[in-house]
Design a protein around this ligand. Sequence first.
Ligand code: HEM
Length: 511
Amino acid sequence: MPGQQEYTREEVATHNTESSCWIIIDNVVYDVTKFLDLHPGGAGVIMDMAGKDATDDFYNLHRQEHLLKYSKRLQIGTIAGQKPEIIVTGPGDISKVPYAEANYWQGHRSTYYNDSHKAFRVVLRKFYDEEIIPEALVSEELGKVPSPELFRKMGDFGLLAAAVGPGPHLQGQNLPGGLKPEEMDFFHEQIMHEESARIGCPGFSDGLGAGLMIGLPPIFNFGSYEMQQKIIPEVLSGRKRICLAITEPFAGSDVARIKTTAKLSPDGKHYIVNGTKKWITNGVFCDYFSTAVRTPKGITMLLIERSEGLETKPIKTSYSPAAGTSYITFENVKVPVENILGKEGQGFQVIMYNFNHERWAICCSVIRASRLIVEECFKWANQRKIFGKRLIDQPVIRAKLAHMIANVEAIQNWLENITYQMTQMSYKEQSRALAGPIALLKLQCTRVSHMVSDEACQIFGGRAITKTGMGRLIEQFQRTNKFGAILGGSEEIMADLGVRQAMKDFPNARL
Ligand code: HEM
């Protein structure tokens, strides 16, 4: 086997010409002769390193994924007597970089997590690494929405069911790693959102689950029995897709201003829906739309199936088209009256019902996405050499990292506390006691992500504004971190809600 052959450094040094060009990276010998003309950075830069150890130069310019992609083709052996020094992360692995994972996963104690959570993370991470990341990277680049095959794979694996969280709606559902539906709790769900954010493709991740996570709860909380029997299995198996359609060109946070109307047909059997919706995540490829409309009795929620008169167009956003963000027009769309969700005129209650859960899920994602950026910065600061030193040897860079780490750790710990409260409280109690804390946590999460993005940009320099290469995740994070600060309630609304909720319980206290 050529890949297992051992060489001395002296032997490698003799292969320093264009007709035989070898290089060493870590303890591995690569024959890059045939690759010279294919190398995106040009042949000359590799020729400068021909026959030499190119480890530092390679890692100054490339992500490890490039090496892994080509290693099978180019690797011819290893250096005799030398063991690998650089860690190669495999599918499902937990990172060993400090603060790259919440501390429990790196061996600390926790009162929150148990073996079931641990096992759940292992199977999820492996699935994300092996099944989702390869398609995510290509789709993000090409601007493609997730394939129907991937949805089906996720459905079969139980990932779509895990994305909507614990509850009676999971009865009979298959969950990842054989987790029993009655054993699933909010920590499992937190892990699911974290693993999705960890892949570093926020447009694609939202393409896979954002519509479902907010579009299906109105069905299982307010839909008729018949509707639930049909829609839940279709959607959780990945055969059909659903999203939530509330916001309009006329109404964002001010839901009460929506203009889309639903009028009863003369025979009373259908609602006839007319209007528009904007910023609807996943709308481009969805089959079902949990939609807010205006009827004579007020705001009402309807389940609308893609049908004649319903058109979806992609909206170009600052993240990738993989999220399927859409503008929707309804022109005389006929919706059976049985498709009502809850009662006529009580749509606001349906909309509000899942808000805390949605905001909490956004917190899980934002924290994990920020943590990924901390990991990137920590690695980069250790490998990048400038002015004869590593970046990490500069106090100003250590100060930036300290600030990022301290903030991410603080919000992680607050999140875990809130998740724990959710596992202990009824839904009613959660709505009363946690709406304020979740709103404030979301505010804090997006403030931290803003700071993390800014500091990461300074640490990565020009690479942070380059879509491919070393700083690709930083560039992507800068474009997308504002989503969390707007979706599910803007920072301003979160701040106000948090304090107003606290005022509800304010005692008659004086200074
Ligand atoms: C197994 C060996 C190598 C492989 C598989 C490889 C692969 C690649 C790939 C895929 C890119 C494009 C990266 C991107 O757009 O993000 C690239 C760029 C580049 N490579 Fe390599 N490379 C190898 C060795 C080297 C060596 C030894 C050098 C010289 C020290 C080098 C210098 C460069 C440079 C200067 C660029 C352009 C970087 C930039 O745009 O900032 N490469 N290489």
